[in-house]
Design a protein around this ligand. Structure first.
Ligand SMILES: O=C(O)C(=O)C[C@H](O)[C@H](O)CO
Ligand SMILES: [Mg+2]
Length: 403
């Protein structure tokens, strides 16, 4: 089998999504998600100029060699643009090989390690009462695990909180970056009260999670981890920026709250120290941004040695293609922890028909050969690209801050 075409499809059914479609001389094609939120066209250019032409004529079953060609062979290694492009190629090749073998991807990877994949949903509210209502709505829908993000008294707007009750929040909310204001002290005083109220209302069985979006220093994160210990969080996510991997050792020394990190990671080198020093419990890197299935398998295998489990990133800014492939990976990977789930809009679901299904707080990937997600190109073509940016965050005195 030979690759005869590799094309990039950009569509914006409410938000920008980038898909790579690789076609073969045997009529089998595969698709991969290449969406890098707020930087979509950078990946499109990388794919169109440097990757797609070099794919033509290759054997799509040489998945490892093609991965090495674009990673090791590129000289300029790593980074979100390169690794998202490689991730899309890799996902599409695994899709092709699944279709050629007549097997769902999880079987190609080694078969089921579990019957279904637990996911967590997102509850957000402007105040604690609003959050509790949203948690209740998720529990009614069957979720066993809910991430809870709350507006902070005295802060006008906080990233990660929906503008209106019951709505989804959109990460890239305007053409150029909008601005939020941040106060660490107000935040740290509020969050323990939120989780106290969640436990009082919903009891001990619901898994609850929280995302700090990289906004604390290590000692502040240690304080937060300690103060929420009585509420037994499933995890505390991205409590500090992770460029400095050794910072997590300090947090770890102070708290038993489980730590998750890595949705912005692209490579095993971004998390090697975090994993080997057993400073984290969950690794959040996912297929699109961390070089596809081929590379994510290496990260998961390293993580397994150190009791670290997977907790893949799964926001709406990753397309259903990534979600489908991730659910197969989650079904197979021995050290699975949890999968994030932000539901896509109806428009997006229509552009990407898929085999995965939600039931009772869990997903199953389906039995369709490959990753089980397709793209309706005619429908995709009706939604042209629109520039959208992620916001920035400033302290109350105007200092630009972490997210
Ligand atoms: O889903 C999460 O945990 C996020 O933090 C979402 C990110 O902010 C979003 O994907 C940025 O594009
Ligand atoms: Mg996050």
């Amino acid at each position: 089998m030979k690759i005869v075409d590799a094309r990039v499809i950009v569509t914006c059914p409410g938000r920008n999504l980038v898909t790579l479609k690789i076609e073969t001389d045997e009529g089998i094609y595969g698709i991969g998600d290449a969406t890098l939120n707020g930087r979509e066209l950078a990946v499109v250019a990388y794919l169109e100029e440097h990757v797609a032409p070099a794919l033509i004529g290759r054997d799509p079953s040489s998945i490892e060699d093609i991965w090495q060609f674009f990673y090791r062979g590129a000289y300029w290694r790593r980074g979100p643009v390169t690794m998202s492009a490689i991730g899309a190629v890799d996902m599409a090749l695994w899709d092709i090989m699944g279709k050629a073998a007549g097997m769902p991807l999880y079987k190609l990877l080694g078969g089921k390690s579990r019957d279904r994949v637990m996911v967590y949903g997102h509850a957000t509210g402007h105040d604690i009462e609003g959050c509790l209502e949203e948690v209740a709505r998720h529990v009614e829908q069957g979720y066993r695990a809910v991430r809870v993000q709350c507006g902070i008294p005295g802060i006008a707007s906080t990233y990660g909180v929906a503008k209106k009750a019951g709505e989804r929040y959109e990460p890239a909310d305007s053409s150029l970056p909008s601005e939020n204001v941040w106060s660490t002290s107000k935040y740290l005083n509020h969050v323990p009260k939120l989780f106290q109220a969640v436990r009082e209302r919903f009891g001990d069985d619901l898994h609850v999670l929280h995302d700090v979006h990289h906004r604390l220093t290590p000692i502040e994160a240690a304080r937060l981890g300690k103060e929420v210990e009585p509420y037994h969080l499933f995890w505390l996510e991205d409590c500090v920026p992770a460029e400095n991997q050794s910072a997590f050792r300090l947090i770890r020394q102070h708290t038993t709250t489980p730590l998750a990190v890595g949705e912005v990671f692209n490579s095993i080198h971004d998390c090697r120290e975090l994993i080997e020093s057993q400073s984290i419990d969950y690794i959040r890197a996912t297929l699109t941004h961390a070089g596809g299935i081929t590379h994510m398998r290496r990260i998961a295998a390293l993580a397994e040695l150190y009791h670290v489990r997977t907790g893949f990133h799964g926001p709406t800014d990753l397309s259903p293609v990534c979600m489908g492939a991730a659910l197969h990976f989650d079904t197979w990977v021995p050290n699975f922890g949890i999968q994030e789930h932000m539901p896509h809009s109806e428009e997006i679901e229509a552009v990407f028909p898929h085999a995965y299904r939600f039931e009772d707080g869990h997903f199953t990937p389906g039995e369709t050969p490959g990753h089980g997600v397709d793209i309706d190109e005619a429908l995709a073509g009706k939604y042209p690209y629109r520039r959208a940016s992620l916001p920035v965050n400033r302290l109350e005195d105007g200092t630009l801050w972490h997210w």
